[in-house]
Design a protein. Structure first.
Length: 99
């Protein structure tokens, strides 16, 4: 099980901080570690500011999840992790209704 300390550290780390330095590595190293230690695979992907690539990795078997960000310069950092991951396929709310 991932420790609470790791989750708090990852959630508060941003590239360029000393906390982030210990949670960053080449992307292939991060992805391999998520697969080997937690059985996580990529579930979704998106682009953020400055062409940063955000990815959500999760394990349907254990429910663990991790969010990573890869900068345009190629540095990958784990920014959040947790448990109880679920896959949803929700339609957007109809216009004029509360979400």
């Amino acid at each position: 099980m991932k420790s609470l300390v790791m989750a708090v550290t990852l959630a508060t780390a941003t590239p360029g901080t000393s906390a982030a330095a210990s949670n960053c590595a080449p992307r292939d190293v991060v992805v391999d570690r998520l697969a080997a230690r937690y059985g996580e695979s990529r579930q979704s992907i998106g682009l953020g500011a400055n062409n940063a690539m955000f990815e959500v990795f999760a394990s349907p078997e254990t429910g663990t999840w991790t969010i990573i960000v890869t900068t345009a310069q190629g540095l990958t950092c784990m920014i959040a992790s947790g448990q109880a991951f679920e896959t949803l396929a929700e339609a957007p709310p109809a216009p004029g209704t509360d979400a």
